[in-house]
Write a protein of this length. Structure first.
Length: 208
């Protein structure tokens, strides 16, 4: 996939907004993008990619993250999501590696995660949502006040963010070949870089 193909981040963002009205789902897509793109940057560094090659890889990672749940609002059932979305992407000519990674982020699809892109999406999806939840329960509502130890403690609390699959978070880190602690810290840092866009910069302390 290259920038000249026309399958750009801007086009992906437009497609996401065409199918998604929920502000929380849009923010989730951006949070996942923050983490997945950071994984892409690390992969590009490992491959010594520069210039257009690096740009193309990062675009692919961003696009995949933005579009992984774009059909969810209209088709949330397990027999529709992400299959409906992938069919739309195929019809529009989006690269197959993106389809495969999106299918792979849903364990029930049965599609194996064989590429770094697919593993990164799976590893970051549930965690990005969990880190957002951890931020929003802070008095400051800030991602900058989220720490690894606190996240791991919250993961043990099954009543907290109960919709988040803890096993996927743990398995995702293992598939990337990193420790859970390192992966949590990595994604916190990635989301901190985009805190304003994610609405997680926090609220001012009026007591000061």
């Amino acid at each position: 996939m290259s920038l000249s193909d026309g399958y750009t981040r801007e086009r992906a963002w437009a497609l996401l907004n065409e199918h998604t009205q929920s502000a929380s789902l849009l923010k989730h897509a951006l949070a996942v993008e923050s983490c997945v793109r950071a994984c892409g940057e690390r992969e590009a560094d490992a491959l010594s990619l520069t210039g257009t090659g690096r740009d193309a890889l990062l675009t692919t990672y961003s696009v995949t993250a933005l579009l992984h749940d774009f059909d969810y609002e209209k088709h949330p059932s397990l027999d529709e999501h992400p299959f409906v979305g992938v069919r739309i992407l195929a019809e529009q000519g989006w690269p197959e590696e993106i389809h495969t990674a999106i299918l792979g982020h849903a364990e029930y699809s049965g599609v194996p995660r064989e590429t770094h892109l697919a593993k990164a999406l799976f590893a970051c999806d549930e965690l990005a949502g969990f880190l957002t939840a951890c931020s929003l329960v802070k008095p400051t509502k800030s991602i900058f006040d989220v720490e690894v130890a606190g996240v791991k403690k919250k993961m043990k609390d099954k009543a907290f963010a109960r919709g988040v699959n803890r096993d996927d978070i743990t398995k995702g880190a293992a598939e990337l070949g990193v420790s859970l602690e390192d992966h949590i810290a990595f994604c916190i840092a990635a989301m901190q870089k985009n805190a304003d866009t994610l609405g997680l910069r926090g609220i001012p302390d009026l007591s000061l």
